[in-house]
Design a protein around this ligand. Sequence first.
Ligand code: SAH
Ligand code: SF4
Ligand code: F3S
Length: 452
Amino acid sequence: MKNLHPIIDDSRPKVYIETYGCQMNVNDSEVILSILQDDGYALTEDISKADVILANTCSIRDNAEQRIWGRIEQFRQQKNRRPGVLVGITGCMAERLKDKLLDSRAVDIVAGPDSYRSLPELIRSASPDSPQMNVLLSHEETYADITPVRMDKNGVSAYISIMRGCNNVCSYCIVPYTRGVERSRDPRTIVREAAELFENGYREVNLLGQNVDSYHWKDPENADRDVDFAQLLEMVAKISPDLRVRFSTSHPKDISDEVIYVMAMYENICKHIHLPVQSGSDAMLEKMRRKYTREWYLDRVRKIRSVMPDCGLTTDIIAGFCGESEQDHKDTLSLMEEAAFDSAFMFQYSERPGTLAAKKYPDDVPPEVKTARLNEIIALQNRLSRESNEKDVGKTFKVLVEGVSRRNSGELFGRASNNKVCVFPAEGCKTGDYAVVKVLSCTSATLISRIV
Ligand code: SAH
Ligand code: SF4
Ligand code: F3S
């Protein structure tokens, strides 16, 4: 069986990898490490020992990119101190800003999300006088045959990418430009990877895609054997009742009743759906090209809650999209109350060059108004999260222990099926165990519990 873990070996050349952005990028870094380990590299967590420094980057908002430009300046110091060190930029920013990155003269290698197989070759050919780049996007690449080298510390929970790219054209979003068209990975390789993780002690897999509900694998020989997302979920859930299955992200326009029923049928498919709404205003949803209305969204929420009353529901929200009025903003607040989200990722709109929104709509909500609206959204979500957690006080949950609490070494933390974090005294339990806990009290972020 392939080694799932980083090789520690001082005699090998060393790569240092920094990861930004979404869970998919975290998993991509594990694919990159796998490819480089096969080429003779070992991982180092000490940048000053690295022969190759890689930053796996994100372009989703301007501030994500600004952070990476700052890091590139710091990498330049490493290069000045130790001539011969190579700096590579991978991920979405590599795809979007290829030439600009090479022009900066601080970067030796630029590799887009579909060209990681060529990294060994790029590294071999690169030098400060001859920077190397591969940013070709693919219609087929899913890295299905590559076993990611797991960089997580706990050995309990792992990501599995089930698809790449995105065929939606949400008008604000850069992802379709940086990740290319959507393609689904052969389900047999997904099940094999999940089973191998389970045999190696992992107890949770998180199936990743930009829009998992449009997962569709076409069997090249027999169309009757096509696999959709509901079927894939079931295949992974059947590996073992002790292997938890999570997934993200669901798209409100695509999440099917079948997916909801399969979730309900299997105890080990976690009862949590991340369902980004973006806005509560129909006018904004239309301009965002999300292809659903407020009512459609709320109807999906009602369906989920009617089949799985205890299902956790989380979301993403954008404040201050083009032309957003005070009333549009209030519609977002009222939708949040109606949906009663358990938690949310909340952002100010950031215009991305080249997107439909950037071409068609002026970014006309003043920065201070964006900030004020975002703050209002965050304050409301804090209240909703606290209220949701208060409802769980007194309940018991089965949690998968993920590690030792950062605040108190005698305490463990883990997640309930609904994705809420529970903290509790260890009482002989350890990482990777399942524990049944009772909730004693809560904050807006945590359920304070004890083992029963
Ligand atoms: N594929 C996922 C989300 C990917 S990006 C989905 O469709 O839900 C994660 C989140 O970043 C999005 O849900 C959105 O809320 C936010 N986001 C994307 N583009 C943005 C932009 N230009 N400005 C601000 N937030 C953005
Ligand atoms: Fe971006 Fe929309 Fe695709 Fe999500 S579904 S990655 S928001 S284009
Ligand atoms: Fe960022 Fe690319 Fe993910 S833009 S959020 S790293 S898909």
